[in-house]
Each structure stands twice: as C-alpha cells, then as structure tokens.
Design a protein around this ligand. Sequence first.
Ligand SMILES: *Cc1c(COP(=O)(O)O)cnc(C)c1O
Length: 238
Amino acid sequence: MTEDPRRDELAGRLAAVDRRVADACAAAGRARADVHLIAVTKTFPADDVARLVSLGVADVAENRDQEAAAKVARSASLGVTGVRWHFVGQLQTNKARSVAAYADVVHSLDRVRLVAALERAAGEHGRVIDALVQVDLGDGRDRGRGGAAPSGVPEVAAALAECDHLRLAGVMAVAPLEGAPGPAFARLADVAAEIRGTYPDATVVSAGMSGDLEVAVAHGATHLRVGRALLGSRPALG
Ligand SMILES: *Cc1c(COP(=O)(O)O)cnc(C)c1O
C-alpha cells in the first residue's frame, strides 16, 4: 500500500539516474564516489525537497533567488536539515545579499563585480560560501545564460582567490544550446585544468544535466545538476 505515490515516483527516478551515473562512471573508468549528484528542484515544491532528502539526496539546487529563498525557508519548516543549497542561476549584484543568506555553493560567478558583491554579502552574514566560476562555452551565442568567456575565467578566479568569505571551488558550465556537448565539455575540462594548475583546491567541475550527464562524466564532471530526470518535466517557462 502506497502512502505517498510521489515519493515512490521520486525514488524510482533517483534509482534510474543513479544507474545512469554509475554506468557513465564505469564507461569512463572513473570512481562513482568522485561524481556528485545535485537535484535541481526549481519549479517543484519544498515537499519534493523533503522527499528527496528522505531518499538520501544531500545537494539541492535552485536558479531563481525569490523561489529559492522561499523554498529554503519552507524546507526548514518541514523539518528538512542537512541540505547543501546550490544557487545555479544567473545572479544580479542586487540579489547577492539575499542569496548569501542561504546558499552554500554559488555556481554562477562570472564577473569581478559580482564576486565583490557576493563577498561583501557573505561577510555581512558571517558566512563562507563555495564559489564556482561559470564558463560560457557558447562563444557568446547563448545570451542570457551567463558565464565568463574562457579567456576571462582567470581574472574572475583571481578575484575569488582574494576573498575571505568566498572559497574558489572550481568551474561550472552549461552545454551550448546548439551543437554537441562533447567538444564543449572538453573545453571546460581544459579551463578547469588551467584553473587547478594555479589553485589546486579548485577541483569542482559542475557540468551535465538530465540530457547530457553521460557526456559530462566522460569529460571529468565532478558535480551533475539534474532536474527533469529526477523530478519530471517542468512547465515550459521553468
Ligand atoms: C534547470 C537547470 C539544470 C537542470 O536541467 P535539467 O535539464 O532539468 O536536468 C541544470 N543547470 C542549470 C543552471 C539549470 O538552470
């Protein structure tokens, strides 16, 4: 007898995604423990966060500040603890203060001004936040998705390395809308290696979503941001 069919659905989806990740790791000759799954819960309610956490998910991501702030609060009121909250959306400097209050990891640092704003905000909240430099793999074609050009990544990384309240943890990217993700993720791997050469602790490579996680694992992704495969399809504008 099922008391919560949605929990059962999420359990099935999580098991299927776990299998995909394990298979991709095996194919790439990588240890499964080196690849982390982040559940992207945007457009889905805090109840789903609670269900996923009860199923063993520890990392949850959102891409819009207003929705994220409300969901973090609601999750806490549902008794959810121990979640690492990731902010993966484009970030405006005027939202830094809000995001710094709840985000444990921000994936979308793509300019020095934004680094300065988030550093100040994290300091005001007395927090230390892991920060990733978002890399634009689309050569500027995917407007509105954010990201520093690969040539601009070292400048943003250097700014992060100077911070007291932000910790440079690595790089993040979304595959370009057009073209195969493989060459793009290969390029991201090059950028990641270059940054690691200067900052050995910056080991995170956040890449891969529902549709391309296998390709991302093949190219060294350490953190996969998976939404639809775990939670189901979103309304068109999600
Ligand atoms: C929505 C989103 C994802 C998840 O995408 P899915 O295709 O649902 O897996 C990953 N990264 C970012 C930045 C997103 O906004």
